[in-house]
Design a protein around this ligand. Structure first.
Ligand code: CO
Length: 168
C-alpha cells in the first residue's frame, strides 16, 4: 500500500459508495490505519492509497481512538466557518490555512454497515471535511486562495515531479 502524491490523477476522482461489508473491507481499513499511523497522519482516505471507495480512517489522538467512516455524508453544517492550518499525506511538506465549517453533523456507516450519526466540531470537524473532500477528488490546496496557491506553485511542481515520473 502506497500513499499517492499530488499530481496523481486518482486523487482527482470521485469515490464509489461501499455496498459490500466483508472481512476484506475490515482488513483494508486496518491496513490504511497502520499506514496512516506509520506516516504520522491523523486522517487517511481510501483514494489516497489508490482505492476509489468511500472509506476514511481518522485518529486525531484526542483519546477517542480510531474513527472509521464508510460512505460519510455531511447532513448539516453550522453557519460559522473557521480558518485553520491543514496538511496532507498526499501533499508532503505543504501547510496552508483553509476555511471549514465550525460544526458539522455527519451520517456514516461503520465497517460492518451499521449507520450512525454524530456531531463534530473543532479539529475533528476540520479533519472530517478534509477527508470527505478526498472522496470527491478535492485536495485542501484546491481550497486556498489564489495568492496562497501561487506561493506554493513551485513546491507543488516539485512534488509532482518527484512522485509522478510519467507526468513530469
Ligand atoms: Co489529505
Amino acid at each position: 500500500m502506497e500513499i499517492l502524491k499530488y499530481g496523481n490523477l486518482t486523487l482527482k476522482e470521485n469515490s464509489k459508495e461501499i455496498e459490500i461489508f466483508d472481512d476484506q473491507l475490515i482488513s483494508f481499513a486496518n491496513e490504511m490505519y497502520e499506514k496512516m499511523v506509520t506516516n504520522n497522519g491523523i486522517g487517511l482516505a481510501a483514494p489516497q492509497v489508490g482505492s476509489l471507495i468511500q472509506l476514511i480512517v481518522i485518529d486525531i489522538e484526542d483519546g477517542n481512538g480510531r474513527l472509521d467512516l464508510v460512505n460519510p455524508r455531511i447532513t448539516d453544517t453550522s453557519d460559522e466557518v473557521v480558518e485553520g492550518e491543514e496538511g496532507c499525506l498526499s501533499v508532503p511538506g505543504i501547510y496552508a490555512k483553509v476555511m471549514r465549517f465550525a460544526k458539522i453533523n455527519v451520517e456514516a456507516q461503520n465497517l460492518v454497515g451499521e449507520t450512525f450519526n454524530f456531531q463534530a466540531d473543532e479539529f475533528l470537524a476540520r479533519v472530517i471535511q478534509h477527508e470527505i473532500d478526498h472522496l470527491n477528488g478535492i485536495l485542501f490546496i484546491d481550497r486556498v486562495d489564489e495568492m496562497t496557491k501561487k506561493k506554493f506553485r513551485s513546491d507543488l511542481k516539485k512534488i509532482k515531479k518527484k512522485y509522478n515520473k510519467i507526468l513530469a
